[in-house]
Design a protein around this ligand. Structure first.
Ligand SMILES: NC(=O)c1ccc[n+]([C@@H]2O[C@H](COP(=O)([O-])OP(=O)(O)OC[C@H]3O[C@@H](n4cnc5c(N)ncnc54)[C@H](OP(=O)(O)O)[C@@H]3O)[C@@H](O)[C@H]2O)c1
Length: 295
């Protein structure tokens, strides 16, 4: 896992943490045992944690049976005193279910650090609902489900360096982490990396459709589009130059790439794309206000 700590726009420190080293974690509770919880738990077990290191609260009998089958964890149907042994409580319920779930958990884990992966719920609401101060809010994205996620993190001031480290260890199986120092920046994280996989899928779709229209078979088009995104991303990750420089390097005047980029520029594609990201950002702000009011 690579953890990036972003203090200000001018001060970025990047640290690399070992990916599969067993870590001395306290018992961890999960409220909600769905996709996100399973991705984290599965990754931690792979890294050396034992099924007995987890308490999972999950109302659905089918989901509880799945957790027992996949990971040997006997989940709780509702919160109870067992949560008291947990040093971290991970909130992995849907945003609209958070306030009701918090009411049920209230008082069972007063000393734990609370880590929410629920989109849009402000830490102030979580602190109020649970009467706690040590709250971290995470904004993961769907590639977290395959260990390739990009997660933005914000910690309330009551969370110290050891608390942040603990959160990094819990989320290590999901991929890369980036700390932001102001909570409202999580709305930007939501608009960029949270919704971002959908933008990438959209461009993969467009490239695939164009390839088919040019006469390639759908399977060929699909492979070319996916392989191009994967390869270009890999090249950008390994390069010291900015993507703009990499792009200019393959855009010789009068060539094919130049023809395509000129067409994109003249139709204002980049500006339209940035307008779309701003729309996602506005929606993240609105949803935060809506969810934060629920109680
Ligand atoms: N999946 C992703 O890639 C992703 C990415 C970014 C953020 N997130 C965030 O992660 C959170 C979880 O997402 P998910 O995809 O894991 O959702 P999910 O698969 O629906 O899991 C949520 C689980 O919580 C259970 N639940 C509902 N009410 C509960 C309660 N009161 N106490 C305990 N558990 C309860 C649900 O049971 P029922 O089905 O019976 O209601 C469900 O099994 C969401 O807030 C989402 O915004 C997810």
């Amino acid at each position: 896992m690579r953890s990036i700590h972003l203090d200000t726009a001018m001060n970025i420190a990047v640290t690399f943490l070992p990916r599969h080293e067993p870590v001395p974690l306290p018992p961890i509770a999960f409220i909600g045992g769905g996709n996100m919880a399973k991705a984290i738990v599965g990754g931690l077990i792979k890294a050396g944690a034992a099924p007995s290191d987890f308490e999972i609260v999950e109302p659905s009998p089918e989901a509880r049976a799945q957790l027992e089958h996949d990971h040997g964890i006997v989940a709780l149907a509702e919160p109870g005193p067992a949560l008291g042994r947990c040093g971290v409580v991970v909130w992995a319920v849907k945003p609209q279910a958070f306030a009701a779930a918090a009411k049920q958990v209230l008082g069972f884990a007063p000393d734990a650090l609370h880590l929410s992966v629920a989109a849009g719920i402000p830490t102030q609401s979580i602190a109020d609902w649970l009467n706690v101060q040590r709250v971290v809010r995470a904004m993961p994205n769907t590639p977290a489900l395959v260990g390739e996620g990009m997660t933005g993190l914000y910690a309330r001031p009551a969370v110290d360096a050891a608390g942040r480290k603990l959160v990094e260890q819990v989320l290590a199986p999901t991929g890369e982490l980036l700390w932001v120092e102001r909570e409202e920046r999580l709305d930007a994280v939501t608009a960029v990396s949270g919704s971002g996989p959908a933008y990438v899928f959209y461009f993969i779709e467009a490239l695939t459709e164009a390839a088919v229209e040019l006469g390639l078979l759908p399977e060929q088009a699909h492979r070319l589009a996916l392989g191009t995104f994967k390869g270009a991303t890999s090249l950008a990750l390994n390069a010291t130059e900015e993507p703009a420089v990499l792009r200019q390097r393959v855009t010789s005047k009068g060539g094919t790439t130049h023809a395509a980029i000129t067409s994109m520029e003249s139709s204002g594609l980049k500006e339209q794309f940035k307008t779309a990201i701003r729309a996602a950002h506005r929606r993240a702000e609105e949803l935060g206000e809506e969810f934060g009011r629920a109680s």
